[in-house]
Design a protein around this ligand. Structure first.
Ligand code: IMP
Ligand code: MG
Length: 179
């Protein structure tokens, strides 16, 4: 599996530092609020696990499942809700926890959907940001780190459902796509 990686973009140690910093910011901003972390499965699951340990104020978590990519590496913009949140949001300060803000089409769709349920507030926390590919007008209040326009895997992110268990973020060798 590691042999399929061309470069390590973000090491385990760097991820830990980035996430500790995000955790401190979220703790400061939400200490007097009703923080509800909504995580989009499956890519953000490792990020959520580490981020919530760095958040030192009370919070609840729940999960949504969307699908937009199929097994390819290009966004279809075609977002489908596979699993929804089933509690009311009107007393909650929602923070959407996402692995990566790429075209932004997925998060744009989710923001609109969740805003319609009148949460007290709603913001985005994305670990990775690929600003060069943005197609939707969407901003994350918190982003971990900006990355170049390359398809990345590891730390929850997949190519064809694989590589999620790598502890770092890396770029695949091109021949992996050609297999
Ligand atoms: P967006 O709608 O283009 O912003 O991307 C939504 C989803 O596509 C993300 O939550 C990821 O699951 C996936 N994705 C986007 N870029 C990458 C990448 O570089 N590697 C793996 N998955 C990605
Ligand atoms: Mg994915």
């Amino acid at each position: 599996m590691v042999n399929d990686i061309r470069d390590i973009l973000i090491t385990e140690e760097e991820l830990k530092e980035i996430i500790a910093k995000l955790g401190r910011q979220v703790t400061e901003d939400y200490k007097d609020k009703n923080l509800f972390l909504i995580t989009v499965l499956k890519g953000a699951v490792l990020f959520l696990g580490d981020l919530m340990r760095e958040i030192k104020c009370p919070c609840e978590i729940d999960f949504m499942v969307t699908s937009s990519y199929g097994s390819g590496t290009v966004s279809s913009g075609n977002v489908k809700i596979v699993k929804d949140i089933d509690v009311p949001l009107d007393d909650k300060d929602v923070l959407i926890v996402e692995d990566i803000l790429d075209t932004g089409l997925t998060l744009n769709f989710l923001m609109d959907l969740l805003k319609n349920r009148n949460p007290r507030s709603i913001e985005i926390c994305a670990l990775l940001d690929k600003p060069s590919r943005r197609a939707a007008d969407i901003k994350a209040k918190y982003t971990g780190i900006e990355i170049p326009d390359e398809f990345v895997v590891g730390y929850g992110l997949d190519y064809d459902e694989k590589y999620r268990n790598l502890p770092f973020i890396g770029v695949l060798k091109p021949e992996v796509y050609e297999r």
